[in-house]
Design a binder for this molecule. Structure first.
Ligand code: GLN
Length: 559
């Protein structure tokens, strides 16, 4: 009897495994997976190519999501210095993510989440946690299959929701790197398992050698060979190049890399990243994908809104001159989302964005006029720590004195409070406890829930929170709504003990978190456009849906 039951149970187990496998396979069959790898050098714009490809598929009516797998050991980029990795992007669900996710959102106009950005650190953490729980039942835990299985599980996570027709996965790093190997191996296995539902795009670089007046395809050939050695034959090649390549060069590349000639696509330099989808569409990249993946009866490509935006950008004659005051001016990637949000808003106002990055460490009372006089508007950048902070106060004092539109973002908003307290209220010792823990007037202070934290990673106030706007405010007029939700990344907040005093002296707090009373938006109604936000509106601005505050700021700057 016992034997019989056990036997039946085993059959049931196998049946369940079979059914679940079947279910899995059907779900997967509906979702197509496209991988984008990179070769030769980094910084070729894999993120832009992935986003542009996503845009084309979306413009054909498909549901698309894009994810990024980063081969570094950090659990997320939140602990990385901007010099290492540019801006840290934040998703609605509070994940500190790679800046490429910003491109995905700006191009596709759909939010990403934690599942859209995975690092090697997270893959290993998951596997090691399972090992400690005893999940591997005495087996030796290894890169293959345990790490590769965890990578594959994460690759398919969004696809298995059934919400997407296409999941585009960008593999960070360059083919041939030691740390990329488990990812490439996982892609190889998935190609084998998924057949036609999986496709590999490889992005490489074709340099122009000025002395020889020639472009060189050899680095591409080597890069494809490396990929082939690791078991992957790319079906599409995207060649990054400064100049347009001849048919002959494309033919040669196709021949030496085993790729169809029409599947050798060029991505030559264009004035704006938003033109890349058009460049890819002209070479029918979307159609080649449909053909290779056996998809027929696709809908018409509708890029009207996108093309209208490009047209406004290309035909704008007047400019709007914006000064962005921050400490990472040598590294514009640190302010990627702010710069793109300004550009989008300027385009919608039919202006060319003339952006000046102003080094906050160099700005003094003496030279402020030289840097700021010609600006139509000033943005005070977010940031951490003391370096360059005094220059931000200088810029704000100048903006108030000459009534220039000023927009403070996160630390920029906190600086607005400090500068106002010092120079209008005469509280000369006003500061944030981030800069001076013993400040005489702690107008910006550590949030209560932050006080006992010891871990630095992922522990800020992160992600989207509600904010209630006062009706009589610039913010309300911009958003046209009393209830908004925006994303955050901070540890400090405005100290409400100073609210009454500041309000009595002309500052108004027009946006408040309804649950905690935390100040989210401040304004000075006596000035033309002077507004600070504790949140980051720049994470929520896309080509087809620019952020209302950036729109309002640029409008004020153009008047
Ligand atoms: N350093 C400030 C804080 O932690 C501001 C952060 C930011 O600008 N993102 O509150």
């Amino acid at each position: 009897m016992t034997l019989f039951l056990t036997f039946n149970f085993q059959i049931l187990k196998y049946y369940c495994t079979f059914v679940s496998l079947k279910i899995n396979i059907t779900t997967v069959a509906e979702t197509r997976y496209i991988f984008v790898t990179g070769g030769v050098v980094s910084s070729l714009g894999k993120g832009i190519v992935s986003a542009s490809l996503g845009k084309l598929l979306q413009a054909r009516g498909y549901r698309v999501t894009i994810q990024k797998f980063d081969p570094y050991i950090n659990i997320d980029p939140g602990t990385l210095n901007p010099y290492e990795h540019g801006e840290c992007y934040v998703t609605i669900d509070g994940h500190e993510a790679d800046l490429d996710l910003g491109h995905y959102e700006r191009f596709l106009n759909i939010p990403t989440t934690k599942a859209n950005n995975i690092t090697t650190g997270r893959i290993y953490l998951n596997v090691i946690n399972r090992e400690r729980k005893g999940d591997f039942l005495g087996k030796t835990v290894q890169v293959v299959p345990h790490i590769t299985d965890e990578i594959k599980r994460n690759i398919m996570l969004l696809g298995n929701t059934g919400e997407y027709d296409f999941v585009i996965t960008e593999i960070g790093g360059t083919v041939g790197d030691i740390e990329s190997l488990p990812y490439i191996e996982s892609v190889r296995q998935l190609r084998w398992e998924l057949g036609k539902n999986c496709l590999c795009v490889h992005l490489t670089y074709v340099p122009y050698i000025a002395a020889a007046k020639e472009v060189k395809t050899k680095p591409t050939q080597h890069s494809v060979k490396t990929l082939q050695e690791q078991g992957i034959q790319p079906q599409i090649l995207v060649l990054r190049t400064e100049k347009q390549l001849s048919e002959n060069i494309c033919h040669k590349t196709a021949l030496f890399c085993n790729v169809d000639e029409n599947a050798v696509i060029q991505s030559y330099d264009v004035p704006s990243i938003y033109e890349v989808p058009i460049v890819l569409a002209q070479q029918k990249m979307d159609k080649i994908i449909f053909q290779k993946m056996g998809i027929s009866g696709e809908k018409k490509l509708d890029l009207k809104q996108w093309k209208d935006f490009l047209k406004s950008m290309q035909t704008a004659r007047k400019t709007v001159k914006i000064g962005l005051v921050g400490k990472y001016v040598e590294l514009p990637d640190a302010y990627k989302s702010i710069i793109e949000s300004l550009l989008q808003a300027a385009t919608y106002h039919r202006r060319k964005l003339d952006l000046r990055l102003i080094h906050s460490e160099k700005l003094t009372e003496e030279n402020a006029n030289e840097y700021l006089d010609g600006m139509d508007g000033i943005v005070i950048a977010p940031g951490f720590g003391q370096r360059g902070i005094e220059g931000k106060f200088v810029a704000l004092k100048y903006a108030r004195k000459y009534d220039k539109p000023a927009f403070g973002i996160c630390l920029g908003m906190q600086c607005m409070v400090i500068e106002y307290a010092r120079n209008v209220l005469g509280l000369t010792q006003a500061n944030s406890t981030e800069m001076d823990p013993d400040a005489g007037d702690k107008v910006i202070d550590l949030m209560e829930e932050q006080k006992n934290l010891t871990l630095m990673g992922g522990s800020m106030r992160l992600g989207a929170y509600d904010c209630r706007l006062e009706k009589d405010s610039i913010a309300y007029r911009a958003y046209q709504s009393e209830q908004i939700r925006e994303r955050h990344r901070h540890r400090y907040e405005f100290n409400n003990e100073y609210k009454a005093l500041l309000e009595a002296n002309g500052m108004k707090f027009t946006g408040i978190n309804p649950e905690t009373g935390l100040v989210e938006v401040l304004e000075v109604p006596g000035l033309k456009w002077y507004l600070g936000v504790q949140y980051h509106p720049e994470y929520n601005s896309t080509v087809v849906k620019p952020n209302p505050l950036f729109m309002s700021f640029i409008e004020a700057a153009t008047k």
